[in-house]
Design a protein around this ligand. Sequence first.
Ligand SMILES: [Zn+2]
Length: 327
Amino acid sequence: MTFAQVQGNTEVKRALAGMVDAARVPHALLFHEDDGGGAFPLTLAFLQYLFCRERSGGDSCGRCPSCGKISKLIHPDVHFVFPTAANALSEQYMEPLRRLVAANPSFREAELADALGIEGKNSLIAVAESRRLLEKLSLSALEGGYRAVVIYLPERLNAEAANRLLKMIEEPPPQTQFVLITHQPDKVLPTISSRCQRIRIRPAGAAAEAEFADSGLLDDLMSALLDKDLLRALEVSEQIAALPSRENAKAFCIFAADRFRQMFLCQQGIEGAGQISPQARRWAAGCRKTFPRQALGVLDRTQTLIGRNVNLKILFADMADRLFLLI
Ligand SMILES: [Zn+2]
């Protein structure tokens, strides 16, 4: 699976490729998707890019032995861990996982449980799984290059299993990449999630909407906020509220979240080729260090409330007011 074969999430793909190009990939990434939201194929595309020796133009070649093995889930140095029935290990279920991914790479939690023939709700990642993983990682990479561990649903790690993995996630052996895919980031043990760089994965449709959003409104809002001009910020918030539909208002939030994420990456010094827009760079220099992260929280809340029947004028005025206090 190449990046080109994964729909949507253009900004995320660019950011991931940029991290690899700059050799600044955090040891552990935590992808937060809605159930079935496409984080799994994106993970495969990212690992293909990381492992591929023939990559070019921001994508893996898709043809070399490494790319082929990763896309078929048969690369000996890419390990998958996911909830299974009690007393079983993920490696025993690789065949059904492969068949599922071949048919439907953006599978949902329940579809995985079905494919494995287990009752999904009670499935866990058990201690034995951590033990097995640590054993595997204590050996050197079979193909002599990168290794990767994909943990699907770290919120299902049993507490002891999680504890055993902490040190490994914090300080993995060289050239070892962790990717965690969660549906409920607040249920992942904080000791685990705090060791990961969190990245929000949007369903493909949402990402496409974001690309249609009107970037001028965000420019106006940010310049009012950076000038400490609350009155002007509130005027811009009225224009956002007056967008033709709730879908447009949502698209604005998604677009703004992308820019705030870029500001965060910029402040962290994670900068790949072309992944950060000039505006985000300028804004990052002018705001508090805490702003991008907290502002993302405000946007998340705003976006959720758009879906309910709230008055958009009041909602966006409130958003502008909160951002004004944070910047
Ligand atoms: Zn390749």
